[in-house]
Write a protein that binds this ligand. Structure first.
Ligand SMILES: C[S@@+](CC[C@H](N)C(=O)[O-])C[C@H]1O[C@@H](n2cnc3c(N)ncnc32)[C@H](O)[C@@H]1O
Length: 527
């Protein structure tokens, strides 16, 4: 199995951020691509690149960089067929691939694409290769549609990943691998604690932001419901924008009325929230049920940064004023609460990413201060800790080993293969070994958190991976090891994803679909 362009062929190459900032637009894009091949993430180099450019060049640079990354492996394979002799210099290969993208995908005029790319090669001191670069680009410019067809024919993934996807998703393989080469749509989540879906739709219309309302239905056979076999159906609504739009052009964005969040990512908070409600309802409607005391509930977001799903859960908790379960101050309504306090703990092991949780919560007016002012009775505790070892209350004198959590959201670290459309550098940076390592990390986190969940509680396991080893196989292993873990069935009411032996898998198969998320809801029995 020949691997094309998976690793830098020239290890001495270490572009500094200074290099990225200099030269023509194409030179900067080439240097950014070299930095990514040297292990830097797109997220860390994109802003420095764009911030170094004039406004008029930003759009082209962004399209050139992202499209080159999305088509990277297909371009590399095409390049191997175009040269008489193998081209080993990573700078030369990268420069030609940038030239090919302009000719095949970005409709840049031939003369500009070829001339500017050859000039870029001179600028990065690869003048010795300008003849070769010129010859290859001219050959392609003579019949771009033939070469585009050739390029589009197969996937644009490293061979190990394409092979794994063929194993996991043979039926969906062609659609899926083509889908992963596309740009992902932009979705919005509406903060229902601030406005309604209908009102926000009107606002989008007034602001001339074209968007479709998307509704995802989830059916759950919740074990903890008052009726032992009761199924619950919930609807999750969001907006898919027709075009990627700057957030400052979105109505009421700064005031926290909406957030940018993939549609499939928007399923997490409603599902764990619904499961939590079912657990609390069991206690209220079944006084004989002795599974814990509901007066103070503890919930955990185990890998919380940068806080997208955490904020969503807080939005749901704070807008749930109709629920008699919550002691939320309502004028003229007598509180019938059985829950006096919700304690939400959020942990993550990366301090810099935790900073982004605070920024997000601030914009959405969901900080502890905001929650207290609104008398929501929600105590939020954000902790920087390693979820493979962290124990609730470990640092307190009165710490016990008793399970404390009624519900846990585990949005696990993963290979992020389900979000390659948004982060196309993943296909360059991830290796086959990473999958194994990541699956072990996920198992460690699960094994550490599970004993901290109360009997009757729920754990929602989420990844943005499309590899079964991190998803359904991980859950099968976990359940075979834990006798008190039962998988909750997603019923036929689900309008998203593909049913797995345990949980459901979403695949990013077309330009309208959400990202590749996996969901499994586990219930803890009394053993
Ligand atoms: C998929 S992201 C979480 C996204 C987040 N839930 C959201 O919706 O914005 C996974 C997170 O796990 C964190 N993480 C990775 N390893 C961890 C560990 N051992 N303990 C705690 N957090 C970890 C990463 O820092 C990352 O923020």
């Amino acid at each position: 199995m020949r691997q094309t362009n998976t690793a830098p062929r020239n290890n001495k190459l270490k572009p500094s951020s200074n290099l990225i900032m200099n030269g023509s637009v194409r030179v900067r894009v080439i240097r950014t691509l070299l930095a990514i091949q040297n292990g830097q993430s797109l997220a860390s180099v994109l802003d420095p690149l764009l911030n170094s450019l004039h406004d008029g060049d930003k759009g082209f640079a962004h399209a050139l960089l992202l499209t080159t990354l999305r088509q990277w492996y297909a371009l590399a394979r095409l390049l191997d067929t175009l040269a008489d002799n193998p081209i080993d210099e990573v700078e030369v290969r990268t420069t030609i691939q940038v030239g090919l993208v302009q000719l095949l995908y970005l409709e840049v005029a031939d003369h500009a694409a070829i001339h500017e790319t050859v000039e870029a090669a001179k600028e990065i001191e690869f003048a010795h290769a300008t003849g070769l670069i010129n010859a290859i680009l001219r050959k392609v410019a003579k019949n771009p549609s033939k070469f585009r067809k050739k390029c589009d024919k197969k996937h644009s993934l490293p061979n190990w990943l394409a092979y794994q996807l063929k194993q996991d998703w043979s039926e969906q393989y062609d659609e899926l691998t083509q889908g992963l080469r596309q740009a992902a749509p932009m979705f919005l989540r509406v903060n229902t604690a601030v406005t309604s879906i209908d009102d926000y739709q009107k606002e989008l219309y007034s602001a001339e932001v074209d968007a479709d309302l998307v509704e995802l239905m989830s059916g759950l056979q919740l074990a903890g419901s008052s009726d032992a076999a009761a199924s619950a159906t919930l609807s999750t609504k969001g907006f898919r924008l027709h075009q990627t739009t700057a957030v400052n052009a979105l109505p009421q964005f700064a005031q926290g009325a909406a957030s940018v969040q993939d549609m499939h990512a928007q399923l997490a908070a409603p599902i764990i929230h619904k499961a939590l409600m079912a657990k609390l309802n069991t206690k209220v409607t079944d006084p004989d049920n002795t599974e814990g005391d509901n007066s103070e509930i503890h919930i955990l977001d185990a890998c919380a940064a940068p806080g997208g799903k955490l904020a969503h859960w807080l939005e749901l908790l704070s807008s749930d004023v109709q629920s008699p379960l919550f002691h939320v101050k309502q004028e003229n309504v007598e509180a019938t609460s059985s829950v006096s306090k919700i304690k939400l703990t959020a942990i993550d092991n990366e301090a810099t990413r935790i900073e982004r949780i605070y920024d997000n919560l601030q914009r959405l007016t969901l900080t502890q201060h905001d929650l207290e002012q609104a008398e929501k009775n929600i105590a939020l505790n954000i902790v920087c800790a390693d979820a493979t070892r962290w124990q609730h209350g470990k640092n307190k004198k009165a710490a016990t080993n008793e399970p404390v959590f009624d519900a846990i959201l585990l949005d696990s670290p993963c290979t992020a293969t389900g979000v390659i459309r948004r982060h196309p550098d993943i296909s360059i940076l991830r290796t086959e070994e990473d999958v194994e390592q990541t699956a072990l990390l996920q198992a460690d986190i699960l094994h550490n958190l599970w004993p901290q969940l109360k009997a009757g509680g729920y754990l929602l396991y989420v990844t943005c991976s499309i590899l079964k080893q991190e998803n359904v196989a991980q859950m099968q292993d976990f359940i075979s090891y834990h006798n008190d873990a039962v998988a909750i069935e997603f019923t036929e009411d689900c309008s998203w994803g593909i049913a797995q032996t345990i949980g459901r898998q979403c695949l990013p198969i077309n330009s309208e679909s959400g990202d590749g998320f996996y969901y499994a809801l586990l219930h803890k029995t009394a053993e």
